[in-house]
Design a protein around this ligand. Structure first.
Ligand code: FES
Length: 277
């Protein structure tokens, strides 16, 4: 579904340094199972140098690849050098990540910072922030930092990098206020891109379900077929289909093409329909 680089695929299929370092000197535990992504990074540190690094992660292919890449990048590094690693460095190591998956590289950087802070006996600033997005437990400090570091200019980009705003959408006003505030603090006069077509995942799923129910199922059911929405992952709409509608058979259009056309017209023009394998 996602277009991954060969390096991402390779690290996902053969992740390096999986597990936990025994008697770790620094532990970074970020994300949560409830939010869909979690990463535990453990470090063995000698004379301020990372001599071993291992990870355990719960998440998608990008989360696994980002964690694996991170451990490869930091092994042998001095702490002073490792703490300069950014999420962009992790994504670059992998030859890039789909924009919707940049939050996986951010999770890697956050785990590294947490592990170094743990080693030093310090507290992370993000732990002191106020939670802005309840769905994903993201604080204002984390969001402002992502806006500054990655030059984010839209709510969609904030969601891609932090996950904030990707659920119920209730935090959108707060995210927009943070975006304006952070940009004005940086004294940069730029246009904020609040796309009117932006939808949260839940809104997108609801619209897709409405179109399937109204425009697709009636035709399929006439011929004993049906369609089921399996998943929506960014622009990818995964469906399970049965049967063939009469109008499709006449015009030699596949059901997939018909569904994709309807969804692009009525929900979002970038949607791609794929059949469940
Ligand atoms: S509170 Fe942010 S998406 Fe639900």
């Amino acid at each position: 579904m996602w277009l991954y680089t060969d390096t991402v695929t390779e690290h996902f299929q053969n992740p390096r340094n999986v597990g936990e370092v025994e008697n770790a000197d620094g532990v970074g535990d970020v994300g949560s199972l409830a939010c869909g992504d979690a990463l535990k990074l453990t470090l063995k540190i000698e004379d301020d140098r990372i001599v071993d690094a291992k990870f355990k992660t719960f998440g998608c292919a990008s989360a696994i690849a980002s964690s694996s890449a991170l451990t490869e990048m930091i092994k042998g590094m001095e702490i002073a050098e490792a703490e300069k690693i950014t999420n962009e460095d992790i994504a670059d190591f992998l030859g890039g990540l789909p924009k919707e998956k940049m939050h996986c590289s951010v999770m890697g950087r956050e785990a590294l910072e947490a592990a170094i802070a743990d080693y030093r006996g310090e507290k992370l600033p993000s732990a002191e922030g106020e939670v802005v997005c309840e769905c994903f437990g993201v604080t204002d400090v984390e969001i402002s930092r992502a806006i500054k570091e990655s030059s984010l200019r839209s709510l969609e980009e904030i969601t891609n990098f932090t996950k904030a705003g990707g659920g119920c959408g209730k935090c959108e006003d707060k995210l927009e206020a943070l975006l304006r505030q952070t940009i004005s603090e940086g004294l940069q006069m730029v246009e904020i891109d609040k796309k009117p077509t932006r939808m949260t995942t839940l809104q997108k799923i609801k619209k897709i379900e409405d179109v399937l129910e109204r425009e697709v199922r009636p035709g399929l059911r006439l011929d004993g077929g049906d369609i089921e929405l399996i998943d929506v992952d960014g622009d990818f709409v995964i469906v399970s289909m049965r049967g063939q509608c009469t109008s499709c058979a006449k015009s030699e259009t596949t059901i997939k093409e018909l569904v994709e056309k309807k969804l692009r017209e009525q929900v979002l023009e970038t949607l791609i329909v794929e059949e469940e394998k």
